[in-house]
Design a protein around this ligand. Structure first.
Ligand code: PHE
Length: 350
């Protein structure tokens, strides 16, 4: 009988020591398996009297139940421990702040370029794009600015390898070369009709992009933006320039009372030429004349370089600074903010 008592205790210890389900099942086999100790005890009943069998058999059955209960409890304990371990490993701290992906936004100057394209697009202007590395011909000579012209000194820029030794390639100092590039393409497409004495669709284009000059302070940057405008036809006059540019400024600045002033000026590629100043009707800059563009009637030599007869074709051009337009629209005092990449500044426009 004492073996039966210690058997339960041994099973308890063996089950407690099993660290895995496999070890536990091995331990089980020692006690209740086919060749386990309890089975052996059962077999030993065979040689006993009927009364002894009854008493002994009942005691063995009782021990068997206890051992099986212990086994069940040990299985449960292992399963509970495994689940607890898994839960700990996969723990999720729902109080942690979420990982946000911040949304991007357009740079204020890009917003201005989009605005410019939208407004001129609504007036029938197409948008052209051209190279930032230019030849001397397109940047200067074709624009009636020959090599010794004093106006070149205002356009000091960065010269790059390539081109001719006497006239190296350069980073374009303005978007005006696009006047020639675009017009030449346009004229080429309509050459046959022109030669036959027929007309051609008017050239009406804007060309926004990056430009370069050796200049750097709060209102000048070595890289800056310009947007060229060109309208050439058989009957395009200064009053069309005035109408188009006034409509543009009123829409761009959302100021219907805004006024324009055309101040006589000089550019080699326009004649007559004018600087365009605007005056806001309200806001912090109201009452001041602010220069926003250069403009003029396209010079006959330039019209000729476009491949057109200046006796027949006439028009105007203008060049404005999107950086400056952006500064005026948002009342920004320092141009360098645009190129610092400081998110505290840029986020205000997103
Ligand atoms: N290209 C001139 C500049 O950069 C501006 C301009 C463009 C003037 C077109 C007249 C006509 O200053």
């Amino acid at each position: 009988m004492s073996e039966l008592k210690s058997l339960v205790e041994e099973a308890r210890q063996a089950f407690a020591q099993a660290a895995t389900p496999v070890e536990l099942e091995d331990a089980k086999a020692v006690f209740v398996g086919k060749s386990g100790r309890i089975t052996a005890l059962m077999k030993g009943l065979a040689g006993l009297s009927v009364d002894e069998k009854k008493a002994q058999g009942a005691a063995i059955n009782e021990v068997k139940r206890e051992v099986e209960a212990l086994l069940q409890a040990a299985r449960q304990a292992l399963a509970d421990a495994a689940l607890a371990k898994q839960l700990a490993a996969e723990a999720l701290d729902v109080t942690l702040p979420g990982r946000q992906r911040s949304s991007g936004g357009l740079h204020p100057v890009s917003l201005t370029l989009e605005r410019i394209e939208g407004i001129f697009g609504s007036m029938g202007f197409e948008v052209a794009d051209g190279p930032e590395i230019e030849t001397d011909w397109f940047n200067f000579t074709a624009l009636n600015t020959p090599e010794d012209h004093p106006a070149r000194s205002m356009h000091d820029t960065f010269y790059v390898e390539g081109g001719q030794a006497s006239a190296p390639n350069l980073l374009r100092t303005h978007t005006s070369p696009m006047q020639i590039r675009h017009a030449v393409q346009h004229v080429k497409r309509h050459r046959a009709a022109l030669d036959a004495g027929e007309g051609m669709p008017e050239i009406r284009v804007i060309a926004p992009g990056r430009t370069y000059r050796v200049d750097s302070d709060a209102t000048h940057s070595p890289m800056f933006h310009q947007c060229e405008g060109l309208w050439i036809g058989e009957n395009v006059s200064f009053k069309d320039l005035k109408y188009v540019f006034t409509a543009f400024c009123k829409t761009f600045f959302e100021d219907d009372e805004l006024v324009l002033r055309f101040r006589p000026s000089f550019f080699p590629f326009t004649e007559p030429s004018a600087e365009i100043d605007i005056q806001f009707s309200s806001g912090p800059l109201a009452g001041r004349w602010l220069e926003v563009a250069g403009s003029g009637q396209v010079h006959p030599n330039v019209v000729r370089n476009m491949g057109l007869d200046p006796e027949r074709f006439i028009g105007f051009a203008f060049g404005m600074g999107p950086d400056r337009l952006t500064m005026l629209r948002y009342d920004i005092g320092d141009l360098r903010l645009f190129f610092d990449g400081d998110l505290r500044f840029l986020r205000q426009f997103a």
